[in-house]
Design a protein around this ligand. Structure first.
Ligand code: IDP
Ligand code: MG
Length: 141
């Protein structure tokens, strides 16, 4: 089934200048890029994006990290996108991620783990809409 998922290249990966390498991995894996931009989140935006984690002890740290520098949200589409993208990026904690995954290659810690990925097709749609008005997405979608 064709699905959409949201990638975010997080501040640590943007700062390390590996955004292009990560995008190449994503595109070589067959994902179509529907939209992409480099932006800086406000604290309120970061808090809203990660609202689902607001009761977790790492919530405030996560917000501080996500506003620490520019990020690159990328709207992706592919058959089986959610599962295939999560396989490509690897486990949340880079130490537990499989060899050759984005987080193993570029993540620094369980927090500074280089990229975001949606956890379901439903959330993929919602998260893409958080960053991209429909008019900004690829016209040949
Ligand atoms: P995911 O990004 O693999 O879906 P989630 O559990 O949804 O992982 O957590 C969202 C983000 O919060 C992670 O990508 C990571 O940046 C951060 N995070 C998750 N667990 C921890 C933790 O135990 N300590 C610090 N940060 C964490
Ligand atoms: Mg998650």
């Amino acid at each position: 089934m064709i699905e959409r998922t949201l990638c975010i290249i997080k501040p640590d990966a943007v700062a390390k200048n590996v955004s292009g390498n990560i995008l190449a991995m994503i595109q070589n894996a067959g994902f179509k890029v529907l939209g992409m931009k480099m932006i800086r989140l406000t604290p309120a935006q970061a808090g809203a994006f990660y609202e689902v984690h607001k009761e977790r002890p790492f919530y405030q740290d996560l917000i501080n990290y996500m506003i620490s520098g520019p990020i690159i949200p990328v709207a992706l589409e592919k058959d089986n996108a959610v599962e295939d993208y999560r396989k490509l990026i690897g486990a949340t904690n880079p130490q537990n991620a499989d060899a050759g995954t984005v987080r193993k290659l570029y993540g620094e810690s369980i927090e500074k783990n280089a990229v975001h990925g949606s956890d379901s097709g439903e959330n993929g749609i919602i998260e893409i809409a958080f960053f991209f008005p429909k008019a900004e997405l690829s016209a040949n979608e």
